[in-house]
Design a protein around this ligand. Structure first.
Ligand code: FHN
Length: 427
């Protein structure tokens, strides 16, 4: 009888609030999207040109970890294998792996060593799709989907053999690299979700129940996402910000309604519109926008996982590096309003968000200078107020209960985040 599996450490991951997503693979050499093989229907023999030239000679896991930590990020999620099927570790189950390229090293091992020694939690992204594997049944996403001999190609493919490969590789990753904190499997497209895609794939195709059980058994406490076509430990909205705290509807589906119980969620977001390195994409989100997305997310009980797609040389491009550095400059002064913080019971004023950690209520001003900010419901509850960035005191007035609704008013604000100490405890 195996020992009971330890529950996932969801609270620990949600405490961290901010993580780094890293999409790196052969597509990084194409420099125009991680789906380039599918979008351009590149035949595997032609796509081999990237494998033969894959040599990120400037890759330095310690430098990635340093930039991640300086950005205030507490966990990182690396693509061990994306849909292209190329493995960033020395897998025993395929030759389509990084150790057979000119680079020749196990990048996953170096990532784990460097990030763990930097005190950053380890997350693995692992693709359920595999456009390289000979048994993966060609579907509506596959690069060979328009082949004239599609039926003949699929006749020899065996998803049972593919499932064994999928589980064997997951086991390699879950047993060969020490403690893994988070597994981001990606992604399922059952007919009910993507009816327009032929040869859909869902929980049965992956044997998701067995994959989740194995994951939990091999990595006690690991957090698993919600893309195995089964309910996960957290919900992972992609490229959008939920407008309300997320809830799990009866029956396990997730969404934003008033019925289900609150559920942990993590929004994954690109910083320039592309997950993989995209040379010609200049549409970067500013550090200020990333801060607002982060504050907004935490105010609704969620995490933010911001993505970088390293170049084919193995570095973060200059704009991505600058963006992370700008986020880190804000986090250095405001971390306590984010890490370990969450939603408040109080309703924030317009153009503001509240995050709360214990007896500290953080008022984030998204528009200023505010000449006057009314804080409904806080009259008599604020013991002290200061700007978070420099700890300078903020004076405020309590309204007269006989003359108007109970209000605490802040005058002459000029900066982004205030710390309001709620009970009568002196700071
Ligand atoms: O198809 C992938 C995509 O390339 C990227 O990895 C994102 C990240 O969450 N997941 C899938 C799309 O939902």
């Amino acid at each position: 009888m195996s020992s009971p599996v330890r529950p996932p450490d969801i609270a620990g991951l949600m405490h961290d609030r901010l993580g780094l997503f890293i999409h790196f693979g052969l597509y990084s050499l194409a420099g125009r999207h991680e789906w380039v093989q599918s979008f351009e229907r590149i035949h595997p023999e032609s796509y081999r040109r990237y494998f033969d030239r894959f040599d990120p000679d400037l890759f330095d896991a310690a430098d990635w970890a340093r930039q991640c930590k300086q950005a205030g990020m507490r966990y990182a999620v690396l693509t061990t294998k994306h849909h292209e099927g190329f493995c960033l570790w020395d897998s025993a189950y395929t030759d389509y792996k990084i150790t057979n390229t000119p680079f020749g090293r196990d990048l996953v091992a170096e990532f784990v060593t460097a990030f763990r020694s930097a005190g950053i939690k380890i997350g693995f992204y692992h693709s359920l799709l595999d456009w390289h594997h000979p048994d993966f049944v060609i579907d509506g996403h596959h690069p060979l989907r328009d082949s004239p001999d599609l039926a003949e190609l699929n006749a020899g493919r065996d998803m049972a053999r593919y499932r064994a490969y999928l589980h064997d590789q997951a086991r390699e990753l879950l047993t060969g690299y020490g403690k893994i904190d988070y597994l981001f499997y990606d992604f399922s497209y059952p007919a009910r979700q993507q009816p327009h895609i032929f040869n859909n794939k869902g929980a049965e195709d992956w044997d998701s129940a067995a994959l989740m059980a194995m994951t939990r058994e091999l990595q006690p406490g690991i957090v698993i996402n919600d893309r195995l076509d089964l309910p996960g430990d957290l919900v992972t909205p992609e490229q959008y910000q939920p407008s309300e705290p997320m809830r799990r509807r009866p029956g396990g589906t997730q969404g934003q309604d008033s019925s289900g119980e609150l559920v942990a969620w993590e929004a994954c977001q690109t910083i320039n519109g592309s997950w993989g390195y995209f040379r010609d994409n200049t549409e970067f989100k500013s550090p200020e926008l990333l801060v607002r997305m982060l504050v907004d997310g935490v105010s609704k009980g969620g995490n933010l996982l911001f993505n970088v797609g390293p170049t084919g040389r193995g570095t973060f491009d200059p704009t991505s590096a600058q963006t992370l550095a700008g986020l880190g400059a804000w986090m250095r002064l405001h971390e306590r309003a984010i890490v370990g913080a969450g939603p408040s019971e109080f309703v924030a004023p317009p153009d503001c968000r509240y995050t709360q950690r214990g007896d500290r209520l953080y008022l984030h001003l998204f528009a200023w200078p505010h000449q006057h900010v009314h804080l409904p419901g806080l009259a008599g509850k604020v013991a002290y107020a200061q700007l978070l960035n420099d700890a300078s005191e903020i004076t405020y007035q309590e309204s007269d209960p006989d003359r108007e609704a109970q209000n605490t008013s802040m005058g002459g604000l000029a900066a982004g985040t205030l710390t309001l100490t709620l009970p009568t405890r002196q700071p």
